[in-house]
Structure formats: C-alpha cells, structure tokens
Unconditional design. Structure first.
Length: 167
C-alpha cells in the first residue's frame, strides 16, 4: 500500500445534472471489486481531465461518456477545487494506485433533453460506469454516496443550491 501523503490528488471534474423538475441525476456504479455491493454505490457523473483539456470540456465529455447525452447547458461552476481522500484501505489500489484521492472542479448543468436521451449501457468512451440511474432530490445526494465523498457532495449542494427551482 502506498503512503497517502506522498501521493497527489487526481485532477477531475464532477457534474450535477439538474432536470426541469429540479431533481439531480445519479447513477449506480458497477461494482469493481468483490465487496462493491454497498448501498452507497450512487454518484453523480465524474471523471479525470485529459492532458490539455479544460475542466469545462472534460465535464461535457464525461457527461456524454457516462450518461450517453450531452444535451445540457452549463449553469454553474464551483468557485474552488474540492478534494477528498480515499479511505486507507483503498490507497495504492483505487485510482490505479497513483493518487491519494481526487481534486474536483464541479459543474452544474441543466438537462435539456428527455429521459429517453440517457443511455448508460452503450459504450460512449470506455466501459459503462453505471448499471442503473435515477433522479433524486438534491437533499438526498449526500446520504447515497460513499462516506468518504460526502463532504464534497455537501459542499457541491451548498454552492449550487441557488440554481434550483422550486417544484
């Protein structure tokens, strides 16, 4: 196992996709290891930034790769980069063993399409990331995500809360 303080954070983007009803898209991650069948497999789309790619371009690409659609408009961006550390048992294993966690620039996007535009099963970049998806109330997000990402989700929700319409 690698020593976490010696490792850097992986530069990454996250996307809060908001539909016309003010609900947020989350996907249920496909388990990548044996004990991956947890109730906390849900997350918003996210992914790494390619060399020479801007965070905004990475967010649009990741949205398309993970949800099958890019029918969305950017309506917000976090002021700062947000970080999370992997749990000790995942350091040196997750994220190809090269990072202690992720530093993320988050983008809020208004979904302009219909649910039929979302296709998580197709190969839009790499292997599919999710095996299920749903729209949830923004206040449910932190409870559905793995515990080590909760603080970031709480920060994202707080920063983007003014973007939500009342139902």
């Amino acid at each position: 196992m690698s020593d976490a303080p010696e490792l850097s954070y992986r530069p990454c983007v996250g996307i809060m996709l908001i539909n016309r009803l003010g609900l947020v898209w989350i996907g249920q991650r496909i388990p990548k290891w044996e004990n991956g069948r947890s109730q906390h497999r849900w997350q918003m789309p996210q992914g790494g930034i390619d060399k020479g790619e801007s965070p905004r371009a990475a967010a649009v690409r990741e949205l398309r790769e993970e949800t099958g659609t890019d029918d969305a408009s950017v309506i917000g961006e976090t002021t700062d980069w947000l970080t999370y550390d992997l749990p000790p048992e995942a350091v040196g294993i997750a994220l190809k063993g090269r990072y202690r966690g992720q530093k993320q620039k988050w983008f809020a996007m208004r979904f302009n399409g219909s649910d039929n535009d979302i296709d998580i099963a197709a190969d839009h970049g790499e292997q599919p990331e999710f095996d299920d998806w749903k729209w949830v109330d923004v206040d449910q997000l932190a409870d559905l995500v793995v515990p080590f990402k909760r603080k970031v989700y709480e920060q994202v929700v707080e920063e983007f809360r003014p973007l939500f319409r009342s139902p």
